[in-house]
Every structure is written in structure tokens, then in C-alpha cells.
Design a protein around this ligand. Sequence first.
Ligand SMILES: CCCCCCCCCCCCCC(=O)SCCNC(=O)CCNC(=O)[C@H](O)C(C)(C)COP(=O)(O)OP(=O)(O)OC[C@H]1O[C@@H](n2cnc3c(N)ncnc32)[C@H](O)[C@@H]1OP(=O)(O)O
Length: 236
Amino acid sequence: MSNHHSPVDDHQVRISDSPEIPPAINDNWQARRELADALRRLNMAMLTADAPTGQLRAVAAVVHTEAARIEANERVYGRKALSNLYTSRQQQNPDLLHEMSPASGWSNAVAPGMHIWREGERVHARVTPDWSHEGPFGHLHGGVIALLFDHVLSIGQRMVGSIGHTGTLTIRYHRPTPINKPLRMVADVKRIEGRKKFMAAELWADNACTASCEGIFIASRNALPPASPEPDKADT
Ligand SMILES: CCCCCCCCCCCCCC(=O)SCCNC(=O)CCNC(=O)[C@H](O)C(C)(C)COP(=O)(O)OP(=O)(O)OC[C@H]1O[C@@H](n2cnc3c(N)ncnc32)[C@H](O)[C@@H]1OP(=O)(O)O
């Protein structure tokens, strides 16, 4: 595919250089983070509490009412549309990925809450999946692990240019990965061949590598050549 693709639109994606979670874009997005936290708490309570049926139905009714209140606002669907809205209001176009991503978005209640940052030629990440991400009893779902790898490797591509599509992910699950404890990830670029970036990453719990991954990412035909030492400056 891809002759008809528009150029990869990842100019706004930045890799943090700090292990600290950055502040929200503005107070509105801070409020979205707070609502996402509340939703995660509600989900966790629902999954773990031996609650009476009537109580569960009563809470569902309240949540539907509150959702309708928010739905009554003008709707803007997707990162691209939201970016355009910011641009049309002549505000700086912010990096919405880190708020909205299903893997790392602080304002996305389904995301496990993952922070990615760069140190030298590697990207690091930390994430604490919980009971809502359980696969085997007490352990992390393998599909969630694939999501975490895909995301950390995707963002890691920014070290050497623009973000390309995931072509192939090869994951080896070495041992069950725990939930409810901080996990660490590390990723780097192994080599670049034309439009292909060969990447690798590991997932660690305490002192054990529980899974490792190799990924091939394919840059758009329209992307600028890779391997710039300062991708943000080269791409913008
Ligand atoms: C992601 C972009 C947006 C970024 C926004 C920022 C947010 C980031 C958010 C996070 C996003 C998270 C990330 C996501 O979730 S990305 C979403 C998951 N991925 C997809 O949906 C990708 C679907 N597939 C495609 O679109 C096309 O097949 C692609 C683009 C992959 C290649 O189609 P294209 O027409 O361009 O390729 P080509 O035929 O000219 O071949 C070119 C070269 O590549 C080699 N090859 C081809 N396919 C594969 C493969 N599957 N594995 C390994 N190698 C492959 C091929 O042999 C050839 O090599 P060579 O012969 O030259 O040696």
C-alpha cells in the first residue's frame, strides 16, 4: 500500500528526556487526566469488589447520566481532528499522543499509564498494569504486553527519524509477567535498512526479563531519510 498515504504526521511526537511524567498540556487536559484516574478507579472497584447487584446497577445509571452530560458538548473525534482544532484556534499544536494513546495516554482511561523517556541511544519506560490487565491468574495478559512493546518501539523510532508503521513484531514470553508492580522496559534501534528500522526491546519485572521483542517498522515512502542525530530538528 501507501502511494496514496499522506506523509507520516508525527511532527508533534516528542520523546521525553525525563523519567518524570510531564505536566498536562493545560488545565483542561489536567482535568481529563483526573477524570481518567476516576474512571480507572471505578473500573478497578467494579472488577475487584464483591458488590451487591443493586448497587452495581445504581452506579451504572449514575455513570450513564454523567456520560450524557459530557456527550452534550461539541464532539471532536480523534487525535488529528483535535490537533486541527488547536491549530485553528491558533494555539500551539500540542503533542496529544501522550494524553490519548491507548498504551501511554494519561487522559485515556483504558491505557495502563506508561511513561517513556530517552536516555542516550535507548528509550526507557515504566508502567504498572493492574487487575484490569490480567491474563493468566495474577499475571499480565500477553496481548497487553504486545501493546506495550509496540508502543515503546514506535516511540523509540523518533531517536532516528520519523515514526513508521509496525510491520512485524516478534515476541518471546520468557516467564509470566506480574501485575500490580512497576515494570521497566528498554528499547533501542538495532539497524536501519532503507525504509525499515529493526528495533528490539525488553520487559523487566524486578531483576527478571519476562519478555523480549524484535520489531520491524516501515517508514512511509514520503518520510524524510532516517538516522538524523537530532530528529526533532531535522523533521520540523
Ligand atoms: C504509524 C505512522 C503514524 C505515526 C503517528 C505517530 C503516533 C504513533 C503511535 C503509535 C503507533 C503504533 C504503531 C502501530 O500501531 S502501526 C499500526 C499497525 N500496523 C499496521 O497497521 C501496518 C499495516 N501494514 C501496512 O500499512 C503496510 O503493509 C506497511 C506500511 C507495513 C508496508 O507497506 P509498504 O507498501 O510501505 O511496504 P513495501 O511493500 O513497499 O515494502 C517495503 C520494505 O518493507 C518490507 N516489508 C513490508 N511489509 C513488511 C512487514 N509487515 N514486515 C516486515 N517487513 C515488511 C518489504 O519487504 C520491503 O523491504 P525491502 O524489499 O525493501 O528490503
